[in-house]
Design a protein around this ligand. Sequence first.
Ligand code: NAD
Ligand code: IPM
Ligand code: MN
Length: 348
Amino acid sequence: QRVVKLAVIPGDGIGPEVVAEAEKVLDAATAGSGILFERTRFSLGAARFLETGDTLSDADLEAIKAHDAILLGAVGGVPGDPRLKDANIERGLLLKLRFELDHYVNLRPSKLYDGAPGPLAAPGDIDFVVVREGTEGPYVGNGGSIRRGTPHEVANETSVNTAYGVERVVRYAFDLAERRRKKLTLVHKTNVLVHAGGIWQRIVDAVAQEHPDVAVDYLHVDAATIFLVTNPGRFDVIVTDNLFGDILTDLAGAVTGGIGLAASGNINPDGAFPSMFEPVHGSAPDIAGQQLADPTAAILSVALLLDHLGLRDEAARVTRAVEEDVAARGDARTTTQIGDAIVARVQA
Ligand code: NAD
Ligand code: IPM
Ligand code: MN
């Protein structure tokens, strides 16, 4: 019997609500497969910090590392809550996990399912993947300020782009494009960010030589947001840095039927560390505790997790159940009702 050690981090706000549904779907999809998902729950996030003062201890991090994969709901409190200022859950927990576990590929697929309530009048076929770099860029935290609080304050946030870090994620994106429609778009802002943009452009150009059958193009990030709305069908694989990828994927979620459908994987392709699967959205404090959250993004993150573990049939079963559920959407449902409906379709 195959045993998969799964670390589960439900987190804050709607995190526990959507993870509960995702776990039900995971159970349904793997029932009878002979694979045992041995789960460890980690209570981490803003709520834990307010209770104990812990963000992510070394012991927790080491314990998480001993798993095969991670399922995360969402972490973080109400944006701007002064009690969380010192914790900085985003940096001290979520980014710490992505950095320490070397999740250099932040994989964010965007697909417009039939029946999804997208905002576009004539969306066409939307099916692309954003390969967002996950360990570098302005997220590194290599910044600082001087003369704080004075009229002469200087605040810097440095974007870190290493040849090693850019090349490995660009290679991943090209390999993915080879398995898809063989089109890769680099998104950056090379007209202004000449140093960071330059290294991305040069590495994409160099790796492109090894992939003559992949059509490569380039868009400045501002123009990319136009095309994501006016002609999203033009995209297959988008490769971009950590910050642009963050922004583009919330927009991509919105054009494909809402952030409640957008899944992601933080992948360590080398397999040295467990990869982490989570919805693109956050803890949504505005709707938490009311059964209003759409758990589909978390459920599709389970499909990405299963796929990553090589359980392709199980992953396909989850994706198909979601597709059917989205196609059949009618009246508003609670978080649990959506989860139950998808479970039923997985079992059918
Ligand atoms: P958010 O994604 O939590 O919410 C943005 C909007 O989308 C809200 O109106 C929310 O109600 C809605 N929404 C989000 N998920 C939904 C779902 N599944 N179904 C229906 N509606 C949904 O973004 P935010 O408000 O900027 O952030 C809230 C907190 O979450 C912050 O502390 C932020 O740092 C954190 N955050 C965490 C993650 C993560 O854990 N991966 C990701 C993004 C934001
Ligand atoms: C996301 C989130 C995170 C990010 C935040 C919470 C650090 O917005 O997963 O998209 O910026 O990567
Ligand atoms: Mn984001």
